[in-house]
Design a protein around this ligand. Structure first.
Ligand code: DP6
Length: 351
């Protein structure tokens, strides 16, 4: 028995009902890329939880007698069978900690505030919201959680659905993965960033440029797997640790230049791992490179604090402080939007 096992009695699961939860997406500053065992990261990661980009889910549960899992997913009111196998894998992994999964038929009614093809990780917010719903259910059935315990369990469960999802349970900065540099950090769940944050990072802006709306050619799970025999894996994991220790200082001091240098190094390292795996793959598009070059030109001309980061895809997240919003947004509007598919951008921020 560990702290995440449930003390509920299976006999009690006869009532029907519903619970609901909201969970935001996040953008990693220090990237998680490579895992072992069951969703254990090879290096610690750090992210900003977004504010406007979130999933809201309702979980309706009706008692049933059959043994198998039974889940129906409705995304934007449409039955969606694509996500169901992933949810069954998730249920398999968490059954040990959530004892009532086979007792119910579940309808998951879910909505994202961002378009599915936007490159914003809907798996992070979606799994986060589902994990929160399940912990809500556990609470409804009689478990007493403090707020902190509830979020910790939801983060622990969400990790088993999608690694990066575990960071989404906390607003602002969040850390996942054991690190000597972060007190209280764990491979099993994320924690709220425990150190001082300079006020320049409050309401930090993230404008997401939708460079490409097509389906990704290689999924994150395949990418993580390719880190297992990657020639530069060891170096990458130690570099992520080093970057984490450096960014903690930059965040405390409000050193935006150092912050930006680390964030961009992380983004390019992530994609460098893709370029150099066997087999290799490239998720950047010509527009991604063009935007990166333009961002660097803009900085050279204006000394603005506009920095880029990338997820496992072609889209670019542009990060900048709130007090440079006008300068950066004008530049994005006039110079960078033309590189976006149908001129689409999403404006978000992190607390
Ligand atoms: C590049 O969390 O999507 O966004 O655990 O297999 O679901 P799984 O992977 P996932 O990987 C995210 C990778 C990343 C970097 C990050 O968010 O840290």
């Amino acid at each position: 028995m560990n702290q995440f096992h449930s003390k509920l009695n299976v006999q009690d699961f006869k009532t029907e009902g519903k619970v609901s939860a909201k969970c935001s997406s996040n953008i990693a500053l220090i990237k998680y890329w490579g895992k072992k065992d069951v969703q254990i990261p090879m290096n610690p990661s750090l992210s900003f939880t977004l504010n406007n980009s979130y999933t809201s889910s309702e979980l309706i549960f009706k008692p049933k007698n059959s043994e198998e899992f039974l889940v129906n997913v409705y995304l934007d009111n449409q039955l969606n069978e694509l996500f169901v196998p992933r949810i069954y894998t998730f249920f398999d992994r968490i059954e040990e900690f959530i004892p009532f999964l086979r007792n119910y038929e579940f309808d998951i009614i879910t909505h994202n505030t961002f378009p599915h093809s936007s490159g914003i990780a809907s798996s992070a917010s979606g799994m986060g919201a589902l994990a929160l719903c399940l912990v809500e259910m556990e609470e409804k059935f009689g478990t007493n959680f403090t707020k902190e315990e509830k979020l910790k369990k939801a983060s622990f469960l969400a990790r088993l659905g999608s690694g990066s999802a575990c960071r989404s349970l906390y607003p602002g900065l969040s850390v996942w993965g054991e690190s000597e540099f972060v007190e209280g950090s764990s491979d099993l769940y994320a924690i709220p960033y425990p150190y001082e944050i300079h006020e320049i990072f409050r309401n930090f802006q993230d404008t997401i440029l939708l460079i490409d709306e097509g389906q990704k050619k290689v999924s994150s799970s395949v990418g993580h797997k390719l880190m297992e025999n990657h020639p530069y894996a060891k170096q990458r994991f130690s570099s992520a640790n080093e970057n984490l220790s450096k960014i903690i200082h930059a965040i405390e001091k409000g050193d935006l230049k150092e912050f930006g240098a680390i964030v961009e190094h992380e983004a390019l390292s992530l994609h460098a791992m893709m370029f150099t795996s066997f087999p290799s793959f490239i998720l950047m598009k010509p527009g991604t490179i063009a935007v990166i070059e333009k961002v660097r030109d803009f900085r050279a001309q204006t000394s603005a604090n506009l920095y880029f980061t990338l997820d496992a895809g072609a889209n670019v997240h542009l990060l900048y402080p709130e007090n440079e919003k006008k300068l950066c947004m004008d530049y994005i509007e006039n110079e960078l939007k033309p590189f976006c598919a149908k001129g689409k951008v999403i404006n978000d921020f992190s607390f």
